[in-house]
Write a new protein. Structure first.
Length: 256
């Protein structure tokens, strides 16, 4: 074999090796929170899926779960055969049925397809098993009604008066929080890609109730919870604000 032939053979071998490595290279799955879309005639679902590093995290309509997953060329995707780990909450028949269908879809997944803000899990012969829509995680222009509030004593309290509290994030970066005791105003900055938020120390806007008033304690807790918040997560119509250690400060539902 001549020197030129050896060089040609080596070049072909290197090209083949590079192609094999490229084909085996895991494909990064799209970031964000993917909300399960109900099929025709089905009720809205609370199930969602999120890819975080080597783990798939989410809710199957009943329980929180986490599972490993593997990707490959041409959109190949499989989830761990053992189903991963999950909480063990008891749910009603309707949610149990939805959770089973969700888990069955993950178990049968062989590949995926992304089209804009739509994610499809595909089974054998590219059959569509589940369809997800990308969550809008932009806080700007949203309003929220509180469901839970950190009381400053390592506990999140949910009571009738909590639902009278609300937060509004304006497009101009202004935050307005309302309560029976009075209003708080502040300015915020958010990064939806990193789920980060910084809120300037809220200040009372106008007259507030007396310190002896029962609503004052909750007003103060709201002020501190906003000030302490450094990360946020929107899932469906639910918002969670957490401090730098991950402690929940505020949980809220989208205002209607």
């Amino acid at each position: 074999m001549t020197m030129m032939q050896k060089i040609a053979v080596s070049a072909v071998a290197l090209s083949f090796s590079a192609a094999v490595l490229a084909a085996a290279e895991p494909v990064a799955l799209p970031a964000g929170t993917w909300l399960l879309q109900p099929a025709a005639g089905q009720a809205a679902s609370t199930a969602y899926l999120r890819f975080d590093g080597k783990l798939a995290l989410g809710n199957d309509s009943c329980n929180q779960f986490r599972s490993g997953y593997q990707t490959g060329a041409d959109g190949a995707l499989t989830f761990d055969a053992n189903g991963g780990a999950a909480t063990l909450m008891a749910c009603g028949p309707e949610k149990d049925a939805s959770a089973k269908a969700f888990k069955d879809a993950l178990a049968q997944t062989q590949s995926y397809r992304v089209d804009g803000q739509k994610l499809e899990l595909l089974g054998a012969e590219k059959k569509v098993l589940a369809v997800f829509k990308l969550q809008n995680e932009n806080l700007s222009g949203t309003q929220w009604q509180l469901q839970g509030l950190n009381n400053g004593k390592n506990a999140v309290v949910s009571q009738a008066s909590t639902e009278q509290l609300s937060i509004q994030f304006s497009p101009a970066g202004k935050l307005l929080a309302s309560s029976p005791c009075g209003q708080l105003t502040s300015y915020y900055r958010s990064n939806s890609a990193k789920h980060r938020i910084s809120i300037r120390k809220p200040r009372a806007d106008g007259k507030v109730c007396a310190k002896t008033d029962a609503a004052y304690a909750e007003f103060k807790q709201l002020k501190n919870a906003l000030k302490n918040s450094q990360t946020y997560q929107i899932t469906g119509e639910r918002l969670e604000l957490r401090d730098k250690k991950g402690a929940l400060q505020i949980s809220a539902n989208a205002a209607r």
